[in-house]
Design a protein around this ligand. Structure first.
Ligand code: XMP
Length: 318
């Protein structure tokens, strides 16, 4: 049966009401479509009982805290911004293993949350977990590919009750729901962004320098691809970003030898993130991205484009 967003909104709103009752709930708003849709549903279902929090982990996209605050306030959700960036960066500096990164981020995220929740006297945690998050985390007897952080990072002794209204939905259904809820297109059309954020786009060891490089590179990729697709030069990919590889390569600037990091540009077509094909990007656009990255980012010396599909690859590098 085709997904009907209006029916889903009715059912989800009534489920949230039943689950939360008279208690107070908290939600982490990341600015992504999943958490914004979950927050909007919850604020409709339990008005006055919801605390929406944006935790700045320091691994977010450029100017993310400002954008998310503006976006959520536009749809009537007041947002509490908690700057926990030093705590996250401190714990993640030097960590290389992708699953360890996810576990640290997920664990600390919940810890920061529990601190805010305690202050706010909240009992329920509303999360924007969607179906691929738990399916690929090994739910229902499936093999684990990646422990997506909404699932894998939850500590066993978590003190908050969980409410996951989008658990059975796929991304395109979440977008349809967002549209039906009256959210603006820049929210419901926003490309997906992983929970562990830029930490899984720093392939290998996390350092502050590499974090800043990948943040700037992601911003350039987004700007150039947004601009090219708005002008009709290419189809807007389902997801598009940059990642940084761990090793440096040799280059030349003027007469001098340089030794800098390699940036990988990733852009894919997909319906739900479960499978994906790499996007066809005009050479002119790739050239503009490469020139900007190597000119504007001091630590970047080479740019490559990822031409693998999922499977066998995944969308993120880690
Ligand atoms: P992969 O890399 O598994 O990505 O092909 C599929 C989709 O999921 C996002 N992704 C994550 N989302 N926590 C999340 O909330 C994670 O740990 C995580 N890992 C990947 C990815 O950006 C893509 O949209």
């Amino acid at each position: 049966m085709a997904f009907n967003p209006e029916n889903f909104i009715k059912e989800a709103t009534s489920d949230i009401k039943t689950k939360v009752g008279k208690k107070r709930a908290i939600i982490a708003v990341s600015g992504g479509v999943d958490s914004m849709v979950a927050a909007t549903l919850a604020s409709k279902a339990i008005p006055g009982q919801l605390v929406a929090v944006f935790v700045d982990t320091g691994f977010m996209r450029k100017n993310e805290a400002i954008h998310v605050k503006e976006a959520s306030e536009k749809v009537g959700i007041p947002l509490k911004v908690v700057d926990a960036s030093e705590r996250f960066i401190g714990k993640l500096e030097g960590v290389s293993d992708p699953e360890e990164k996810r576990k640290i981020i997920g664990g600390l995220f919940i810890k920061v949350f529990e601190e805010v929740a305690k202050k706010e006297r909240v009992d329920v945690l509303v999360q924007g977990t969607i179906a691929p998050d738990w399916i690929e985390s090994g739910g229902s007897g499936r093999q684990m590919i990646k422990s997506h952080h909404n699932v894998g990072g939850l500590p066993k002794n978590m003190k908050l009750e969980l409410c996951e209204p989008l658990r059975e939905l796929y991304k395109h259904e979440v977008r349809m729901t967002g549209k039906a809820l009256g959210l603006p297109p820049y929210v419901f059309e926003r490309q997906p962004f992983p929970g562990p954020a830029l930490a899984v786009r720093i392939v290998g060891e996390i350092t502050r320098e590499r974090l800043e490089i990948v943040r700037d590179a992601c911003a350039i990729v987004e700007e150039e691809i947004d601009s090219a697709s708005t002008k009709g030069k290419m189809e807007r990919p389902w997801q598009y970003f940059a990642a940084i590889f761990p090793s440096k390569t040799v280059g030349v600037a003027g007469d001098e030898r340089i030794y800098k990091y390699t940036i990988v540009v990733r852009a894919v077509r997909s319906l739900d993130g479960m499978t994906a094909n790499f996007s066809i990007i005009p050479h002119e656009v790739l050239g503009a991205i490469s020139t900007r990255i190597t000119n504007e980012i001091r630590g970047a010396g080479r740019v490559v484009y990822d031409i693998t599909n999922k499977p066998p690859s995944t969308i993120e590098m880690e």
